[in-house]
Design a binder for this molecule. Structure first.
Ligand code: URA
Length: 209
């Protein structure tokens, strides 16, 4: 079973608290999500391999580390995933981006597929799937299944908040995919929202409510 990593850096914890506050404006929420995404991306890429290459500084030649191995794909689960991917691309501008369009049917809480676009060479890349909220786990499980069907073999899942129920469901469906999150909250409520949570991440990010 792959591990779950809770990214508990003080800056992450602080920014997450500010995001949870009910009266944080859309602009503030968006800015904080962008800032926190850099810190989460830093952790999810911490073990990427490097190789030494010869370079020339203004003073001398030296062997210096550069990223080696698989190239990255950030796979955004629409629409809230885009709020994380935007910041992550600041850190890794050369990453490719996949989009997985899923929405939650509010009655069944099941994911409904409406869009899928990914780079052709997924099997040769490390795919980091992002969605701020791992709630029931249904969307995350479905998105990862779609990406695997399209060839992805090496995946990680990155979110801001996870519910214990969602983590369990995800681990059961995709035991090979490690999860990175800023917090494991208490539980899901009867509407499938994470408690204490931060509300609807997409609505708060885009000001649609
Ligand atoms: N999706 C959200 O945006 N928030 C939740 O709490 C659960 C799912």
């Amino acid at each position: 079973m792959a591990e779950t990593t809770v990214v508990d850096h003080p800056l992450v914890r602080h920014k997450l608290t500010l995001m949870r506050e009910v009266d944080a404006s859309t602009a503030r929420f968006r800015q904080l999500l962008r800032e926190i995404s850099l810190l989460l991306a830093y952790e999810v890429t911490r073990d990427l391999p490097v190789e030494l290459v010869e370079i020339e500084t203004p003073l001398t030649r030296m062997m210096a580390p550069k990223l080696a191995g698989k190239k990255l794909v950030f796979a955004s689960i629409l629409r809230a995933g885009n709020g994380l991917v935007d910041g992550m691309l600041d850190l890794v501008p050369s990453a490719r981006v996949a989009h997985v369009g899923l929405y939650r049917d509010h009655e069944t809480l099941q994911p409904v597929r409406y869009f899928f676009k990914a780079p052709a060479d997924l099997s040769e890349r490390l795919v980091i799937v992002v969605d701020p909220m791992l709630a029931t786990g249904n969307s995350a499980v479905d998105a990862v299944s779609e990406l695997k069907d399209a060839g992805a073999k090496d995946l990680r899942f990155l979110c801001l908040l996870a519910a214990p129920e969602g983590l369990a469901r995800f681990a059961n469906a995709h035991p090979d995919v490690p999860v990175f999150t800023a917090s494991i909250d208490e539980r899901l409520n009867e509407h499938g929202y994470i408690v204490p949570g931060l509300g609807d991440a997409g609505d708060r990010l885009y000001g649609t409510k």
